[in-house]
Design a protein around this ligand. Structure first.
Ligand SMILES: Cc1ncc(COP(=O)(O)O)c(C=O)c1O
Length: 390
């Protein structure tokens, strides 16, 4: 966040009272709020899940876009970070270094890059961290090879494999072989392994169905790995997976590195899909705080969090503490409608906490998130890579 944002009154009303009892009530709403203890527990749980199976964890920054959370993940044993976009990596790594992180960070860019300018940006990034990129196309390999032609250090390159999601990735072993052979022809590019991310698997409801679909996707990745190895290509890294398949990926065992993101926060969509399954054993650390601003109608009140306060792609948020009795409905850009439950009407000035429907794009709407422990604001974390989708 830039200095002028820190000078905003909305920021100062609370930062002047950090650590004081009941300071949470001072947070101007709508606001992004993260429970520190639940966050810490989530990071520790995922670290333990992977460590017990000797699988590396490279958490995805796209969910939190915060150097504060990334630092905690690295300190909990992550081998590096995953970033969706170059700008996300540029901002997070710069901020970690500015905040005193001294180890060189390994950063996997999980989306294929296009063009000479992007390849030059990877070269620049390699000046202050160790980037690894994914490719699914021969021209993509050539663009990276040109950028790194005169470079002192080489670049780690993975072959991105479509495991059934069809968003990116080579389709089948023969495309993979072509891409990997092209990588290996270049003296500055080092083939490091494969990425197989099954985005279509993550929110499948019911563990058995999620397991069988995950096994099917893993089989596709295995087929590519076997084809590459049988042609003499070593495939050391097999990275992929998300929160929804995390414990399944560990059980299945082909991936040796997981890149989950949402587990740090969870959201309503994931809670609905995972229920009490092992992949759902993460707490709800992220909420959007809102205030009742008008209570003159029978049956409902109006709160100050609307379309601008939350991503709307995954339905409505839940009202914490009133999940079964009150419901939230979007009521315009700046407003939401919350029904009054049988436990009495909400009143003007009441503060409510909402579980966002989808955490990643919700976080991207805020410059910072308040870090709380019970009713006390302990600190603030910048969403430093907010808007960095380039
Ligand atoms: C390539 C890739 N890896 C990992 C993740 C993390 O998934 P999740 O947030 O479901 O844990 C995502 C999320 O979209 C992704 O696109």
């Amino acid at each position: 966040m830039d200095e002028s944002a820190r000078d905003r009154p909305v920021f100062r009303t609370v930062t002047d009272r950090l650590g004081q009892p009941d300071s949470r009530r001072l947070i101007p709403t709508p606001a992004l709020v993260c429970d520190l203890d639940v966050l810490t527990d989530n990071i520790a749980r995922m670290a333990a899940l992977t460590a017990s199976s000797r699988i590396a964890i490279r958490p995805h920054v796209k969910s939190h876009k915060s150097a504060f959370v990334a630092r905690r993940q690295l300190d909990a044993g992550a081998v590096g970070l995953s970033c969706a976009k170059l700008a996300e990596a540029e901002m997070i790594v710069r901020r970690l270094i500015a905040d005193g992180y001294e180890r060189r960070i390994s950063v996997l860019l999980t989306s294929p890059l296009v063009g000479a300018v992007a390849a030059e940006r990877v070269l620049a990034l390699s000046g202050f961290c160790d980037p690894i990129v994914v490719v699914d196309n021969l021209e993509g390999v050539d663009e990276l090879a040109s950028a790194f032609g005169g470079a002192e250090n080489g670049l780690g390159v993975l072959c991105d494999v479509d495991v059934g999601f069809a968003r990116t990735g080579v389709v089948g072993p023969s495309q993979a072989l072509q891409v990997v052979e092209r990588i290996e022809q270049d003296p500055h590019l080092h083939f490091g392994g494969v990425q197989g991310y099954g985005g279509h698997l993550q929110h499948i409801r019911g563990r058995e169905e999620r397991r069988s679909s995950t096994m099917e996707s893993t089989r596709r990745l295995e087929e590519v790995v076997n084809a590459l190895e049988s042609r003499g290509h070593n495939v050391p890294l097999r990275t992929g997976g998300g929160t929804g398949t995390s414990a399944l990926d560990v059980e299945i065992g082909l991936l040796n590195e997981l890149q989950p993101g949402s587990y740090v926060f969870m959201d309503r969509e994931y809670r609905d899909a995972l229920g009490g399954d092992p992949e759902g054993w993460f707490g709800q650390s992220l909420t959007v705080a809102t205030t009742v601003i008008s209570a003159n109608q029978d049956g409902f009140v109006t709160v100050d969090a609307g379309l601008k306060a939350m991503a709307t792609d995954a339905g409505s948020p839940l009202v914490v503490g009133h999940e079964a009795t009150a419901s939230y409905h979007f009521f315009g850009d700046e407003h939401g409608l919350v029904t009054n439950g049988p436990d009495g009407p909400f009143r003007r000035g009441d503060r409510l906490d909402l579980v966002p429907p989808h955490c990643d794009p919700t976080v991207d709407r805020y410059d910072f998130m308040w870090l709380v422990r019970d009713d006390v604001v302990m600190g603030v974390a910048d969403v430093v890579a907010r808007g960095c989708s380039q």
